[in-house]
Write a protein that binds this ligand. Structure first.
Ligand SMILES: Nc1ncnc2c1ncn2[C@@H]1O[C@H](COP(=O)(O)OP(=O)(O)OP(=O)(O)O)[C@@H](O)[C@H]1O
Ligand SMILES: [Mg+2]
Length: 366
């Protein structure tokens, strides 16, 4: 594990959860979250993200295992005594209170005086660009506005730990990006530990110190954003994070840290063996569009090249995006920078492509 272990603020220790006593929706979850860390749970719908937050918040109990907060098991601490700020998927504001009263509530509970309260409420409202809406009731706000108020209410009492479940789902792109920046800035400035849930991978990569990729009730990989993107540990993570080209093949040999893979059309490529170990293993090789090279001079002379047919060329301004047929895959995409020396490929053209072996990962065949 990483440095978080030394200073773990939140610990999931072999946690399992079943709602019906039969199927596990969270399976053997082990996760340490460091003090002040911004950790994102990313994964497809139904993978168990909200369930994990609910157990941490105290609204669900773990079927097995322990959850620790600041070194202590939380089972016996009621939700309102855990000092956790929360924004849920269905941002439930108190409907009978005004926006300002909604925000003042967690401060009143904590016995904060009136003038300090008003100051904090105003600051939190300004942060979400809702400074003029203090007097409205939730029913008089749009969905996105309600979501921003829910966010302000979770942060207004400067909790040590904040749980956010898709807090920006209802916002338009521009506001969403603004809020992503505001949330990370605030969390870091105030030293708040944040557990953030999203199924937007760009959001996860740009906001987080570490990302836990969930699938089927398990963490598939837990890593910093760059590591997750560049070194996916299995084919699920490789395909879930970022754009990715995949080719099916069989391992021919593994030597000096390089796997020779025979693709299903008979061509041979070099790849880094990640979770293949023996000749004969089926593998899904994965390569990012921006790591594919069409200029042979940039590769080592003994690099294996693969034949490709250009199917489509798309000019995108800063980059060129070209779709190729490679080893029977018609969705093989490459991205090249729009630079003076870069050629625009034409549909119908036949070319050779290659890559550095370390950029092509031989993963498990799903
Ligand atoms: N209260 C409940 N009772 C029974 N089953 C539930 C309950 N809440 C969630 N589940 C089931 O547990 C699994 C995990 O659900 P969870 O809400 O944790 O997923 P999620 O990762 O948050 O998904 P989404 O991205 O759609 O919000 C799902 O199969 C869901 O149907
Ligand atoms: Mg959810």
């Amino acid at each position: 594990m990483t440095a978080a272990t030394d200073n773990a603020f939140v610990v999931f220790d072999r946690v399992q959860k079943s709602y019906d006593g039969e199927t596990l929706v969270v399976k053997d979850l082990n996760l340490d979250i460091g003090r002040g860390e911004f950790l994102t749970m990313l994964g497809p719908s139904g993978s168990g993200k909200t369930t994990c937050l609910m157990m941490l918040a105290g609204f669900e109990t773990a079927t097995h295992g322990d959850i620790l907060l600041g070194g202590k098991p939380i089972n016996n601490i009621p939700p309102h005594k855990r000092g956790i700020g929360m924004v849920f998927q269905n941002y439930a504001l108190f409907p009978h209170m005004t926006v300002a009263e909604n925000l003042a509530f967690p401060l009143e509970v904590r016995k904060i005086g009136k003038s300090e309260r008003e100051e904090k409420v105003q600051r939190a409202l300004d942060m979400v660009q809702m400074g003029a809406f203090g007097g409205r009731r939730p029913a008089q706000l749009s969905g996105g506005q309600q979501q921003r108020i829910a966010l302000a209410r979770a942060l207004v009492f400067e909790p040590e730990l904040v749980l956010m479940d898709e807090p920006l789902g209802a916002l338009d792109k521009q506001l969403r990006e603004h809020m992503q920046f505001e949330i990370t800035r605030l969390a870091h400035n105030l030293g708040i530990t944040t557990v953030y849930v999203t199924h937007d991978q760009t959001e996860a990569l740009t906001m987080s110190d570490r990302v836990a990729v969930f699938n089927d009730g398990r963490i598939q990989q837990l890593a910093a954003p760059d590591e997750l993107y560049e070194q996916p540990q299995n084919s699920f993570v490789a395909q879930f994070i970022g754009e990715n080209n995949t080719l099916m093949g069989t391992v021919k040999e593994i030597k000096d840290g390089v796997a020779l893979v025979v693709l299903d059309d008979g061509e041979v490529i070099d790849a880094k063996p990640v979770n293949v170990s023996n000749p004969g293993d089926r593998t899904l090789v994965s390569i990012r569009p921006e790591r594919v090279e069409i200029n042979k001079d940039r590769l080592s002379p003994d690099a294996h090249l693969v034949h490709a047919e250009v199917l489509e060329f798309i000019y995108m301004g800063d980059i060129y995006r070209t779709r190729l047929r490679v080893a029977g895959n018609e969705d093989f995409v490459i991205k090249t920078r729009n630079a003076p020396d870069q050629r625009r490929l034409k549909p119908g053209e036949h070319i050779e492509i290659g890559w550095l072996p370390q950029d092509c990962r031989a993963l498990d065949a799903p």
